[in-house]
Design a protein around this ligand. Sequence first.
Ligand SMILES: [Zn+2]
Ligand SMILES: [Zn+2]
Length: 144
Amino acid sequence: MNSITSIFKEKRLKLTPQRIAVYKYLQSTKKHPSAEIIYKALQEDYPTMSLATVYKALKTLADVNLVEELNVGEGNFRYDSNVTAHPHIQCISCGKVEDIDNVTFSDLNIRVKEFTEYEVLTNKIYFYGICKSCKEKVVAVESN
Ligand SMILES: [Zn+2]
Ligand SMILES: [Zn+2]
């Protein structure tokens, strides 16, 4: 884990309890929550923290590369504390966003580099589909 303390120190940013709380929450989940969900989840422990503070904390964390902003096309961002490049898949039925493990970008990056002669720095890939549990629900409705 990248030490949030040393990164903030290096960037001369103030390590506020709110920023730590937002980062810790993101590390505790694999659900790629939006700012609103993080805000609601932290309400109990940080009742005075506003949604705007959560947004600002997320922006700061993203600026120093401790969290990744995911734009799956919903009009707002999702957040991930796993900043190692990995693809995501979203269920178009229930909206959940999951990591695709065991799929790496290295082959794709090499091919893109070959075809375009670009120096590939990063990529963001989103897949869309219907998750297993939503698929089962559809089957259950159809068989009734
Ligand atoms: Zn689903
Ligand atoms: Zn992820």
